[in-house]
Write a protein that binds this ligand. Structure first.
Ligand SMILES: [Zn+2]
Length: 316
């Protein structure tokens, strides 16, 4: 299984910044030690043209040249990272990683990963909540551009389901695809959690504070049933957020390690049963102990490699 990383572009953060940047490197180290089935590759840089499939050109330019700091200082504050060349490079690579994962999954591997990404709070013309570019949105549109015509006897556009199980609503993704019937946005998230002004996804499931494993799985089953009834995807992009974990600082839910792994298994299995290529990204995770966030993510990879093996064993 291919997994694309971008953590070596070190983003300079002020002392005491609350974003746990170290988790990405910790994840890569543990995957290297424990999961030799995963081939880790440097993420390519998303080009302006790729980014422009989901973002306004003026926004891309302002981020790229830093003029956003002057033109929209409030927008920069909402992103939550100080602007730097490294921030731009890393954001491009993180979007490029999901693009590369989608290409690998669609190109016959069935499953591939972005070891960062899931930056679902970025809208077409604005970042927010540690998100600069919306990697899932960019990758969905790239897949449609590259595979749309090859799919189906009637040259229908490739339909993409974004299954967003990060604890925060995928408001940016919802906004970008608001009037696009070819991408289905599903978001299961904490009702009382950020963002406080929510957008409308194709399917939103609002979970109460303290939601545990059983209630979560029930909600997920119902959501996947609905998705199935309303939409026929040819590709799944999965945001496997680690922040519904009970030990998360920001999550407000109470999922256990086992509950989260059952969640991942359900999504991978759902896609596998339908032979749908799936690309996944890590999205959020803010463990009180950051090692626990990384453990949730390792568990996701452990399930993912099982399903990647099934794809490999499938006759071409
Ligand atoms: Zn989150």
């Amino acid at each position: 299984m291919h997994a694309f990383y971008s953590d070596h572009y070190v983003l300079p953060l002020p002392q005491g910044h609350r974003f746990p940047m170290a988790k990405y490197r910790m994840l890569r180290d543990r995957v290297a030690q424990e999961l030799p089935q995963v081939q880790m590759l440097e993420a390519p840089r998303a080009s302006d043209g790729e980014l422009a499939l989901a973002h306004h050109p003026a926004y891309i330019r302002q981020i790229a040249d830093g003029s956003i700091q002057v033109l929209q200082p409030q927008a920069m504050r909402e992103i939550g990272f100080p602007w730097s060349d490294a921030m731009v490079e890393r954001s491009r690579r993180s979007a490029g990683a999901t693009v590369a994962a989608v290409r690998a999954a669609m190109g016959g591997q069935g499953i591939a990963a972005n070891m960062a990404g899931g930056t679902h709070h970025a809208t077409a013309d604005k970042g927010g909540g540690f998100c600069v570019f919306n990697d899932a949105a960019v990758a969905a549109r790239v897949a449609q551009a590259e595979w749309g015509r090859a799919h189906g006897p009637h040259r229908k556009p490739l339909k993409v389901a974004v299954v967003d199980l990060d604890v925060h609503q995928g408001n940016g993704t919802a906004q970008i695809f608001q009037s696009d019937a070819s991408v289905f946005t599903l978001s299961l998230h904490g009702e009382k959690n950020f963002p406080f002004r929510k957008e409308v996804s194709d399917l939103d499931v609002h979970l109460p504070d303290g939601c545990g494993d059983d209630a979560y799985m029930e909600a997920l089953e119902t959501a996947l049933d609905q998705l199935e009834r309303r939409f026929e995807p040819g590709l799944v992009i999965y945001l496997a957020g680690a922040d519904p974990f009970e030990g998360d600082r920001l999550g407000r839910l109470k999922l256990t390690f086992d509950g989260l792994q059952a969640r991942d298994r359900r999504v991978f299995d759902w896609a596998w049963q339908r032979r749908l290529p799936l690309a996944f990204a890590m999205a959020g995770g803010y463990g009180v102990q950051i090692e626990q966030t990384v453990q949730v993510q390792i568990n996701t990879y452990t399930v993912a490699v099982e399903y990647a093996r099934r794809w490999r064993a499938m006759p071409a």
